[in-house]
Ligand binder design. Structure first.
Ligand code: GDP
Length: 445
């Protein structure tokens, strides 16, 4: 969803990095472009303004301008400021109470509230081995309670039996009692949606909150609604004590403004992102990773995590350690391509891989997308082991041999080498910036 913003910022930073020396004016000019890019991405004006001011102030300092890599330093400052804007830390759910911990879900109708309730329940069940009970308090919309029951069956999570005619606060009480008696760890209350902020429903929501005193009150908002999503969040947070926000439809083509301004405007952290209609299409929201994606540095941690799901642990540890060191030869690229096929192919992963986005565009432009992964695999397969470790060995003659061997053209070989180069230099950049915190820690290296 951050594609356009990411492209715009990428352009600005490529120009900055391309120059050996920078003066204050260069930085100010670049920051003006950053500001426009943020506004175009629908970031709230005061948030964009403050962001750019903060970054400029740091970036025009002599220690930056006089450093060996001023462009790189400025990008790092932007990265840090983005992480701060998104809310510095991953916000875990707070469920550490005598069970059942209660999570109350609120939001406008159609925001994805009921779907998200089931997604989170599934996540808690599978990742944290929690015993979860879900209850719908929506007595306004016909069949809302049935909808949750159906989702419950799909994700194999219990739902509170429906009692016709019961009112929300009473349903909440019954759910709490059932959760306690039957030893559930977590109770999720899905409240009635609203078409817009409507006082009667707000009062009902407050009454439920007072009765249930939930550990978490999560507001579900649709990221496609942009600045409206932020306004809705502000409205709700004035009425109840929200503990966090879930942004849905992050898989769509929203411009990203909602995600970027949410924390600054509401003071509430984004805890999850909904990324599709399927019931496992939800991700914990990690500001560092999102900033990485926006700045085109990829989401290496996310990538490694996904890899760990489908490849064996040893292989992914090796890969993570090499990436953290900025090392990446064609053998690694090949291993990576094979994993990518397993992990759902290029589309699913572009944007997570450092430098991959540009490379993908280059490939598409060359009409190489079809069976792309297979062809790249064949190209690397036709190289000698030495060539894979040291691609610089590939002179014109060797390239012809490789092209013939793999049934491709020298142009294809060149494109692959260029892609590898871009990925390699993106990883080196990450390394220069101090590496991704957590990556090394994740694997104890
Ligand atoms: P509610 O009225 O707020 O409870 O909304 P629902 O949970 O019924 O969701 C409304 C529609 O949005 C459904 O068709 C969901 O499948 C869809 N939806 C929910 N979350 C996401 C998401 O993250 N991405 C996409 N693409 N669709 C979603």
């Amino acid at each position: 969803m951050f594609d356009k913003l990411s492209d715009r910022l990428g352009g600005v930073f490529d120009r900055l990095r391309g120059r050996g020396a920078l003066n204050e004016n260069d930085v100010r000019e670049a920051m003006r472009e950053v500001r426009v890019a943020l506004l175009e991405a629908d970031v709230a004006l005061p948030v964009a303004r403050e962001f750019v001011e903060k970054v400029t102030e740091k970036a025009v300092g002599q220690s930056v301008l006089k450093s060996v890599t001023p462009g790189q330093q400025v990008v790092k400052i932007v990265n840090d400021a983005l992480v701060e804007m998104l809310g510095s830390d991953a916000s875990e759910l707070n469920l550490a109470v005598a069970p059942p911990a209660i999570i109350m879900m609120v939001g406008l109708q159609g925001s994805g509230k009921t779907t998200t309730t089931a997604k989170i329940a599934k996540l808690l069940k599978e990742k944290e081995r929690k015993k979860v009970l879900m209850a719908s308090l929506d007595v306004n919309r016909p069949a809302a309670q049935e909808q949750l029951a159906t989702l419950g069956t799909q994700v194999d999570v219990a739902t509170l039996p429906i009692v016709a005619g019961q009112q929300p606060v009473d349903i909440a009480k019954r759910a709490m009692q059932a959760a306690k008696l039957q030893g559930f760890d977590v109770l999720m209350l899905d409240t009635a949606g609203r078409l817009h902020v409507d006082q009667q429903l707000m009062d009902e929501m407050k009454a439920v909150a007072n009765t249930a005193t939930p550990q978490e009150i999560l507001l579900v908002v649709d990221s496609l609604t942009g600045q409206d999503a932020v306004n809705v969040a502000q409205n709700f947070s004035e009425q109840v004590d929200l503990t966090g926000v879930v942004l849905t439809r992050m898989d769509g083509d929203a411009r990203g403004g909602a995600a970027l301004s949410m924390r600054a405007v509401t003071g509430k952290p984004i805890k999850f992102a909904g990324v599709g209609e399927k019931l496992d299409a939800i991700e914990a929201f990690y500001p560092e990773r999102v900033a990485g994606r926006i700045l085109g540095m990829g989401d290496v941690v996310g990538l490694v995590e996904r890899a760990a799901q489908v490849v064996d642990q040893e292989e992914s540890e090796k890969l993570a350690a090499k990436m953290a060191k900025g090392q990446f030869d064609l053998n690694d690229l090949r291993a990576q391509l094979r994993q990518m096929t397993k992990m759902g192919g290029l589309g699913a992963l572009a944007g997570m891989m450092p430098g991959m986005k540009k490379a993908k565009a280059a490939m598409q432009a060359g009409g190489m997308e079809d069976k792309l992964l297979l062809r790249m695999d064949a190209i690397i397969g036709s190289m000698t082991l030495k060539e894979r470790e040291k691609p610089a060995l590939l002179n014109a003659k060797r390239k012809i041999r490789v092209a013939n061997g793999s049934g491709t053209t020298v142009q294809d070989v060149n494109r692959l080498l260029k892609m590898h180069q871009e990925m390699e230099s993106a990883m080196k950049r990450i390394k220069k910036m101090g590496g991704l915190k957590g990556l090394a820690a994740l694997f104890g290296k």
